[in-house]
Design a protein around this ligand. Structure first.
Ligand SMILES: [Ca+2]
Length: 191
């Protein structure tokens, strides 16, 4: 079974979160899902409010990491509770830091520690998820070192011929002759 993926991967989400400086007050869930390009979770739990707690509850159980205080960079972190029981959502930057709405005063996005919403707002950390509102956040592809192209028989033969010349120059005629014979055998493989 495959699930939809968000248009922004974890690395892009971090960059987008860092670039965001202001927010409409009290729109943490909207801000967070916009960072990932994820859809609305709506009033998932049916309590009459569409808020951050709906976002957390909408994440598939297998993609939730309840209580894990070491979220990777570029995933949503969720908090429960608060005066209106709306909870809170923010974007993990890794290293125990998050990018959060209203964290530098109302309407101002700021980088704060993971437990800041708990200490400042009395919320309870719920965990992080690989998904945002049910959409999987892709991990960026790690750059792979380019694979060297295999040498053709002609190229291999040229390398061995060069070694044969070097051996001759170094005063090893017997070894040079063996290398030349080897180069000839390799060269015959080319088509
Ligand atoms: Ca709700």
């Amino acid at each position: 079974m495959s699930i939809p993926t968000t248009p922004y991967d974890r690395a892009q989400a971090v960059a987008r979160a860092l670039a965001s400086k202001t927010n409409a007050p009290n729109t943490c869930q909207l801000w967070t899902r916009t960072i990932f390009g994820a859809p609305s979770a709506g009033d998932f739990d049916g309590d009459g409010a569409s808020d951050a707690e709906d976002g957390w509850k909408s994440e598939p159980a297998k993609y939730r990491h309840p209580g894990d205080r070491k979220p990777p960079a570029g995933v949503p972190v969720s908090y429960g509770g608060g005066s209106a029981d709306n909870g809170h959502r923010a974007v993990s930057l890794g290293g125990g830091m998050i990018r959060s709405t209203d964290a530098n005063g109302s309407g101002r996005v700021a980088t704060v520690p993971l437990d800041w919403p708990e200490r400042a707002w009395g919320l309870t950390y719920l965990g992080w998820s690989d998904t945002c509102d049910g959409w999987l956040i892709p991990e960026p592809f790690a750059p792979k070192p380019p694979k060297p192209e295999p040498l053709t028989p002609d190229q291999k033969a040229a390398v061995v011929k060069r070694q044969a010349r070097d051996a001759a120059d170094a005063g090893h005629p017997g070894w040079s002759a063996r290398l030349r014979a080897w180069a000839t055998r390799i060269g015959k493989r080319s088509t």
